[in-house]
Structure formats: structure tokens, C-alpha cells
Design a protein around this ligand. Sequence first.
Ligand code: TYM
Length: 334
Amino acid sequence: MSKKIFSGVQPTGNLHLGNYIGAIKNFVNLQNEPDNSCIYCVVDLHAITVKQNPSELKKNIRETTAAFIASGLDYKKSIIFNQSLVPAHSEGSWILSCVARMGWLNRMTQFKEKAGKDKEKASVGLYIYPILMAADILLYDATHVPVGQDQRQHLELSRDIANKFNLDFNSPNFLVAPEPLIQKNFARIMSLKDGSKKMSKSDPSEFSRINLNDTSDQIITKIKKAKTDNDPLPDNENELSKRLEAQNLLGIYSSLSDQTLKNTISEFSGKNFSAFKEKLANLVVDKISPISSEINKLLKDENFIDKILNDGAEKANEIASKKIKDLKKIIGFK
Ligand code: TYM
């Protein structure tokens, strides 16, 4: 079945192995399935929900685009653009914020995590961020949205918004409720320092994550220093699920080697961590170093990256501006 794919990544600092395994690697697989049409967005409007330095933001938009291309996204096959170039995202977000309910937003766990203890000081944008995400998806009639586990709740909200809009305006199926595409074993890559915490850009410790632009030496050191326990690796998934760090590292190995977790477990069962870590470090270097050097190469030609984004935005704008026009007609705007 052909799928209409939409997904986005925030241009806020270095992308890491969690972004790659949880999302971007899957973007590439979906792009390479024959009948899919794919749109991948650098969501710069989402980025400004927390304070950004303007020149850093500009650099990060290009870096995220370079990471997309270096990971295997092809601007001839997929539409690649940055969100702020297509005005329908902001416009759609406002209209949908009049459909979404406060009660729905109040349940969003990511807002609670990101706003922390002092919610009063969080931007209003951070609070309504999932509505902008719904607009992103719904403007393109996306049927499937590949994301990591942390975005599942936001996708459910997008579905609720689509269904309520269709019901309120008696326009069945006008907005398409999207299906999340969340990979079974690799949807939540954890910190290398603490297997109970998500790998994240905002973790103060550099040793908690592997960045897509890390050098081979940095990757090797980070894997050497990754937290482990004292036992040999287990021989079944049940035992593994009780050992968070081992589960995370075997999951990374399994995803990057394109083999099932079961096969990875049998490859390493009974071995100690030092032998496994050496293999893991080699694999991560093999997979990530070419991406890292390609990112650096691409970043030398800013005009090339900007052209990809501008051309992509033109194509995205064609689709989104038509949808927003129809949406406004349904609402009763002249
Ligand atoms: P963002 O920029 O935080 O993350 C980009 C993608 O990476 C996934 N991810 C992870 N996956 C596995 N393990 C991890 N440790 C990990 N960390 C991040 C995220 O789940 C995500 O898929 N709101 C979104 C961006 C967005 C979007 C959209 C996504 C805006 N509009 C429309 C889909 C559709 C976000 O902040 O992702």
C-alpha cells in the first residue's frame, strides 16, 4: 500500500544516535519503498518555543538538513524543506488551536517535562507546540508519521484534532487522522550514562549521547565509558529487559546491523561487556563516520543546502496552500 509520509526534526543543536535510529534511519527506509511519497521537514518554528540564538538557529537549520542528506534522504525523491518557509503551518496551527481543547493539551507529558517546575515561565508556544505539529501533518494528508516513542502522545493529539474538526464542520475525512510508525525495539534509545533516561540533546553530559558529527575517537571513547553492569550478556529478551543499559546497547547494535534483537542476543549471549563494546564501537564508527564526514562536506556549500530547502519549500507550499484554502472555505471564511 502506498503511504503518504510526513515527519519533522527540530534544528536545535547536534542530532544524535537516538534521532538517527528512532527516526531518520526509518525516514530513509520509507523513502526507498517504491510507492511512498515522503515529506521531511526541518521544524524551525518548533525550535523557537525555547530561546534560540538567531545565528546558531540558522546554522542548525543547515546542519539538520545536511544530516538528512548525509543519512540517505534524497531531495529528488522526498520533499525536504524548513517549516518557516511555508506560511500555511503557522496559519493552520492557529485554526487548529481553536479546535484543540485545553484539557487535551494539559495531558501532554512532554510539555510537563520540558517546562519543568516553573511552568509559568514556559513560553505559550511550548504549550501549544503539539498543535503546530498537528498542522504540519494534517496539511499534507499524511497517512503515516515515523517518529520515536516520545512523540506518540503528540500523534494521538493530531488524530483527535483531525477527528474533532471533521465532526464539528461536518466534513467527513477532510482531515486525515495519521497512523504513527514507531519501531518496536528501537523507538527509545537511552542515555549511555543512565539506561532509564532518554538519549537527548538537552542532557548536560556529552558522554550520554553519540552525535552524528562525532569523530571516530569520540565514538570509541563514549562507548568505552558507557554504563554497564557486571554480568555477562543474557541469552533471552526477558532477562535483557531487566538490564536497562545492556538492553539499550544491544538495541543500538541490533538496529545498526539491521538484524533482529533476538539474533543480536544470541550473537553475544554469555560474552562480557568488553568484547561486546569493542564490536559495538566498530559498528557505530562504520555507520556514523561516513554520515559525519558527509555532513561536514555538505556544510561547506551553504548555497547547495539553501537551494534544497527553497526548492522543497516551493513544492510543500503548493500542497499546503491548497489544503489551507479548502480548510478556510469549510470554516466559513470568504
Ligand atoms: P525531535 O526533534 O525532538 O526529534 C526528532 C525525532 O527523533 C526522535 N527521537 C528519538 N528516538 C529514539 N530515541 C531517542 N532517544 C530519541 N530522541 C529523539 C523523535 O521521536 C523524533 O521522531 N515534535 C517533534 C518534531 C515534529 C514532528 C512534526 C514530528 C514537528 N512536527 C510532525 C513528526 C511529525 C520533535 O520535537 O522531534
